[in-house]
Ligand binder design. Structure first.
Ligand code: AVJ
Ligand code: FE
Length: 431
């Protein structure tokens, strides 16, 4: 058992490192150290930050070893310097950062060989600390992918095209009123904000069977949605005016329609793909125009996990099996969302598609702790963000690794953000 866990952890560590290596190896040193947007860190900061977190938790805390580099923690503490200020810091250069990540990883593999996964020690039970660090690196891999999307210059990333639709779907699915178990006590690598499991009573609602597509969104644009304050919240309209929003981020107006820049390749906007790179306020306006609203976070999770046949909450919409390529568009296997309906095997028992993968989905909920929440293992992962100006996003995107995505996983961001791989689906009351 323990040996299986060790091997599984080693495989996940090496998988996350391959992704980091690909994202930081695809560009030259100038592109690694440059800031591609004030919203993002230079890629070389992410690289050394990933290693520094790994050193703090696995080398020093779990391993009880001496620091690899005791002098750079402050530079790579996300709370000490805002992203926009990071390029001016005396950061490790790309060669130093690569050497540091390799040194830390060597020590970690040695710690992994000797560690006992003592169930009485919460940090080690089920390999949690290692799972947390794997997820952390994969979360930064998605952040680095968003940085790549903001980078200008010839394309450097390639992947096979995402699959096209296979299934005819209903437009909306009715989720009956009733209780379900939200959150988890049993997912070994679930983070603190996903815990504890608790029962929530959700009134009946309708939810879209698939995320809102570019075609749907273009109808909103063509109907003058960006120019009609009726559809926007007061804050949303103020932001739409100030930021001069006119289309999703990375869309380019062409003489006969809209194009988009995807990792440096200019392409036509495909009508059957989920819209991506919209902020919460755009999602909210679209939903109002469509006579709907965004789902709440409990509604989203109930649609994604509740199995009416058993009354149980599943790990994923399709069941308890880990995500495979037939279930969901995850893991940067493709560099964009797949067509709506492309993953019939990933649908929920009630026929809701693509809840996991493709695009993060904005919910109408702020980021709050579940009843009984306890920060673990550090307050700065979730607790310090509760009650801030955030909306919860669910489900993961094509850029999210399966290790950092579950039916219970909670992401959050400011409602104006759209450099992330964010889309949405709509819901409405059933009453
Ligand atoms: C959970 C995606 C909001 O990127 O700010 C990375 C994840 N936390 N390093 C973020 C995270 C610390 C976090 N999100
Ligand atoms: Fe981080």
């Amino acid at each position: 058992m323990t040996q299986d866990l060790r091997l599984a952890i080693a495989a996940e560590l090496s998988r996350s490192r391959s992704r980091t290596a690909l994202l930081t190896g695809a560009v030259d040193d100038d592109d690694l150290t440059r800031q591609h947007s004030p919203l993002m860190s230079p890629l070389v900061w992410d690289l050394a930050h990933v290693a520094n977190q790994e050193e703090l938790w696995l080398v020093r805390d779990v391993g009880g070893r001496d620091p690899v580099r005791g002098d750079i923690d402050e530079l790579y503490d996300a709370f000490k310097h805002a992203r926009r200020d990071r390029p001016a810091l005396p950061l490790l250069n790309p060669a130093e950062a690569r050497a540091y990540t390799a040194q830390v990883r060597d020590k970690v593999l040695d710690v992994l060989d000797r560690v006992r996964f003592d169930p009485a020690e919460r940090l080690l039970d089920g390999g949690f600390a290692f799972g947390m660090i794997v997820q952390h690196e994969q979360q930064h891999a998605e952040t680095m992918l968003a940085t790549h999307q903001l980078r200008t210059g010839p394309p450097v990333l390639t992947a096979s095209p995402a699959p096209a639709a296979e299934t005819a779907m209903k437009d909306e699915i009715l989720i009956e009123a009733g209780r379900f178990v939200m959150g988890t006590d049993t997912e070994p690598w679930a983070l603190d904000n996903e815990r504890p499991a608790h029962t929530v009573d959700v009134p009946a609602f309708w939810i879209d069977a698939a995320p809102v597509t570019n075609g749907d969104y273009l109808a909103f644009m063509d109907a003058g949605g960006y120019d009609d304050p009726r559809w926007w919240s007061e804050r949303g309209w103020a932001h739409r005016q100030n930021a001069n929003l006119q289309a999703p981020l990375h869309w380019i107006r062409d003489h006969n329609g809209w194009l988009r820049d995807r990792f440096g390749r200019i392409d036509t906007v495909r009508h059957d793909e989920p819209v991506v790179h919209v902020c919460y306020f755009e999602a909210e306006a679209y939903a109002a125009w469509a006579g709907k609203r965004l789902p709440t976070e409990p509604e989203w999770e109930k649609a994604a996990r509740f199995d009416p046949a058993t009354g149980r909450s599943r790990r994923y919409p399709w069941g308890d099996d880990p995500p495979g390529p037939r279930h969901a568009n995850l893991g940067q296997r493709h560099l964009g969302p797949a067509s709506a309906g492309a993953y019939p095997d990933g649908a929920s028992p009630q026929g809701v598609h693509q809840l996991i993968g493709d695009v993060w989905e904005w919910t109408s909920s702020g980021f709050h702790p579940y009843p009984g929440f306890a920060a673990f293992p550090y307050r700065e992962y979730s607790e310090v963000f509760f009650g801030g100006d955030y909306r919860v996003l669910r489900g993961g995107s094509f850029g999210t690794d399966p290790a950092a995505c579950r039916g219970t996983f909670r992401n959050w961001d400011h409602p104006i953000r759209r450099q992330i791989f964010s889309g949405f689906r709509c819901a409405r009351d059933a009453a």
